[in-house]
Design a protein around this ligand. Structure first.
Ligand code: GDG
Length: 739
């Protein structure tokens, strides 16, 4: 690769800055956080600077908010060897509505499948927009050409689109740290809100999730919300392609693994051993949150004590809950309930020498946390929903002597990677208690086999590979977009077409109707031509040097009605009918129409089997439209319908199945738009040929036209046409510029 780097600088936008500010006598001190994301970003930048990706001298820029940031904070004077910071200042009142409200009282519960906890409030939504705009304003101030802007998490889902509008060429990646729910859950957001979230995210070049399932949920929501075409993980928006993919976040494996042997951790382990040397140890560490399934975990443990009394006095459950939002009523009462359950279980089972649960409501130091991971025989990680859950991976990394067993909820993103854990459903108390017994009694050999496999994976796809992968995929996506853009009609190409137009004197235009001159409507008969478009076509056709052919799959009556006052040639039903200006329709094909009797009942069956679909019957063909149906379900039915039809038409050589934009059409007779166009060009020499269309049936036209023709596909799909143009208005502008 050339010496030019992939990107100049890395700019991160996340709700929180990677610093805490504390007051000192001299003013304030900024302490850098050491969380997974921060170390990943640091390592990413180090490695990319050494390699080919980032310019060496630039620091990473991080835009975000910080608690307790001093009022007189001066960004210019802020000194840190790794980061420059771009503080986003959000007033406490706005923050309460945006962060406490929209983000944490609506998106968090909804995306974690707790719809009944959601608070819907228009003020929250307005605040969400306002705060995202503040982030966008700050980014616009600081970004430069060549930057890679990486936006994180659910608080900032509108920023990608906002930024794209203001800096169209920016390279933008977005990563969601929490689950993306199924469409059935996502649709519980008011339509306007969910549309703005989907469009907000699609402003990025790449949207990353922890798992394949979350990615698929997102793509489904994109399809249902926007109708954009999606092939595999690529979404074709009107002006660019966007990649959605799974990037399971990892941990700094070596840091956790090595920490187990450091002195301070050893001394923490001694402290635990002093009191608990004779017991098998189970642990869990969770933030106080309903998504963590804390009560269910206690009930599972209680069930274990009830069912397996032989384990009494032999096992201790260290339950650590990290304080969070406990000034809010819902959290306060959850905490009370947990504490009374712990009290009840301990009250029931404790002896003078044994207490089954040691409960701590606090944050542990890093060393104390590692010691707990290292020394525990069982990790009980049982959230009801969790984007990933890093504690599970950290526990695996800390099993230096390979003796721990991980029990993991199937609802955590981590379960897809750590499938050698004992995977359980956290609502099933009995399954949880059996899993605890199994874990405590598992032989060393089995423990090692399971752990080794998990450790290998966690060590290999670690937080650095995660970040590298995201970075590289973004770069690849940019290349893909640029390849598409090469085919896009830009200013130079449109001028070239115009020059050719001006130099020619005998021209022909083949222009498709739906998706080329008019947008799609719920039903075909609603897609009538508007005045302005008709005027553009009329003007073009009125030029004596031009011949304009409207070439469509539509039936003849509809087309005639739209163009009755224009001096154009009409081709209906893909070439079945032809009408020269001021003449009557003629049919170009002779077929027997009885064939429809065998096909129509099948299509009717599919209308019944797939809600929202309908049949359009034309003279030479019948069409099954699925634009108003659920797109995934319609795809399934489409495959089945194709199979059923191929059975019927197996022996009929002149039958054809055509696939257009959300329509499957069956016709008898070998004709298509390409042949129709060629027959109209017979015996004439044109010095300017232009063909335009938007779907697969127009590909026949593009293929048939001579090499010198300007062929244009509207939209982003891959095509035989020479060029793509992103949407109808741009195409109309182009032909309107011809004089
Ligand atoms: C989001 C998603 C996703 C926890 N208690 C203590 C402590 N921790 C550290 C752990 C771990 C982290 O906090 C918690 O891990 P999570 O995976 O829950 O991460 P979050 O940032 O809370 O959550 C989650 C994650 O983003 C990453 O994408 O996995 O699903 O909700 O690193 O070690 N650290 C110390 N004391 C504690 O008491 N020192």
């Amino acid at each position: 690769m050339a010496s030019k780097k992939q990107f100049e600088r890395l700019v991160i936008a996340a709700y929180r800055l990677p610093f805490k500010f504390t007051k000192t006598k001299k003013g304030y001190k900024a302490i850098q956080n050491s969380g997974g994301l921060v170390s990943a970003i640091l390592a990413l930048s180090e490695n990319f600077k050494k390699g080919e990706s980032l310019e060496d001298d630039n620091k990473i820029v991080w835009a975000g908010t910080a608690d307790d940031m001093p009022q007189d904070f001066n960004v210019e004077k802020f000194e840190n060897e790794n980061f420059e910071i771009a503080p986003v200042v959000i007033s406490p009142e706005l923050n309460e509505l945006f962060y406490g409200g929209f983000s944490n009282d609506l998106i968090w519960p909804l995306f974690h499948y707790f719809p009944s906890y959601c608070v819907y409030n228009e003020e929250y939504y307005k605040a969400f927009i306002e705060a995202n705009e503040l982030f966008c304003d700050e980014l616009v101030k600081i970004i430069k050409p060549g930057d890679f802007i990486w936006i994180h998490d659910y608080q900032l889902m509108l920023v990608p689109e906002m930024l794209r509008k203001r800096v169209p060429d920016a390279t933008i990646g977005f990563f969601l740290h929490i689950p993306f729910p199924s469409f059935e859950i996502f649709r519980l957001l008011p339509r306007k809100w969910r549309e703005s979230i989907i469009h907000g995210l699609l402003g990025a070049d790449i949207v990353g999730f922890h798992t394949h399932d979350y990615t698929q949920n997102f793509i489904k929501s994109v399809k249902r919300t926007t109708g954009f075409e999606c092939h595999q993980n690529i979404i074709y928006t009107p002006n660019k392609l966007v990649k959605a993919d799974a990037f399971p976040i990892g941990i700094d494996y070596q840091k956790f693994h090595d920490a187990c042997t450091n002195k301070l951790v050893k001394s923490e382990k001694q402290k635990i051993k002093k009191n608990l040397a004779h017991f098998k140890l189970i642990f869990s560490v969770d933030r106080l949150d309903y998504s963590k399934g804390l009560l269910l975990k206690l009930q599972g443990f209680e069930n274990f004590l009830e069912k397996y009394p032989e384990w009494h006095s032999k096992v201790v459950f260290n339950m650590v809950i990290v304080p969070s939002r406990d000034n809010i009523e819902k959290y306060k009462s959850m905490k009370n309930e947990i504490e009374s359950t712990v009290g009840r279980i301990n009250g029931k089972y404790s002896t003078f020498a044994w207490q089954p649960i040691i409960y701590q409501y606090k944050s542990l130091s890093f060393n104390a946390l590692i010691a707990l991971y290292d020394i525990s025989d069982v990790g009980l990680i049982t959230p009801l929903r969790d984007g990933m859950n890093l504690v599970a991976k950290e526990y695996v990394a800390c099993q230096v002597v390979n003796k721990g067993v991980l029990i993991l909820s199937e609802m955590a993103g981590a379960a897809t990677e750590l499938n050698e854990a004992i995977i359980i459903n956290p609502v099933d108390k009995s399954e949880m208690s059996d899993a605890i017994k199994m874990a405590l009694e598992m032989g060393d050999e089995e423990k090692q086999i399971r752990l080794k496999r998990m450790q290998k994976r966690v060590a290999t796809y670690n937080v650095f590979t995660w970040a590298f992968d995201f970075f590289n995929q973004t770069y690849e996506t940019k290349i893909q977009q640029n390849l598409m853009r090469v085919k896009f009609i830009n200013k130079t190409i449109s001028e070239e077409i115009k020059t050719k137009y001006d130099q020619s004197s005998h021209r022909i235009f083949f222009i498709d109707y739906d998706g080329t001159l008019v947008g799609f409507q719920k039903y075909p008969e609603l897609a009538t031509i508007d005045k302005n478009t008709l005027q553009i076509i009329t003007q073009l056709a009125d030029n004596p040097k031009n011949r304009v052919v409207i070439i469509s799959g539509r039936d003849k009556n509809f087309l005639e009605k739209q163009f009755r006052h224009a001096d154009v040639t009409l081709v209906a039903e893909h070439g079945y009918f032809l009408k020269l200006p001021n003449e009557d329709w003629i049919s170009t094909v002779i077929t027997d129409e009885n064939w429809k009797e065998s096909v129509l009942p099948i299509l009717e069956e599919y209308v019944n089997r797939c809600n929202g679909t309908f049949i359009e019957e034309k003279t030479g063909s019948v069409a099954w439209h699925y634009r108003n149906a659920d797109s995934d379900f319609a795809q399934l039915r489409l495959h089945e319908l194709r199979d059923d039809l191929s059975e019927i038409i197996r022996h009929k050589t002149d039958f054809e199945i055509l696939e257009g934009h959300k329509v499957l059409e069956i016709k008898s007779g070998k004709y298509d738009k390409g042949q129709a166009a060629l027959s109209l060009m017979e015996n004439e020499t044109y010095d300017f040929v232009l063909g335009a269309g938007d779907d697969k049936t127009d590909e026949f036209l593009f293929k048939a036209l001579p090499e010198t023709a300007f062929t244009i596909r509207i939209g982003l799909s891959p095509t035989m046409a020479k060029y793509n143009i992103s949407d109808i208005p741009l195409f109309l502008n182009l032909i309107d510029s011809f004089e």
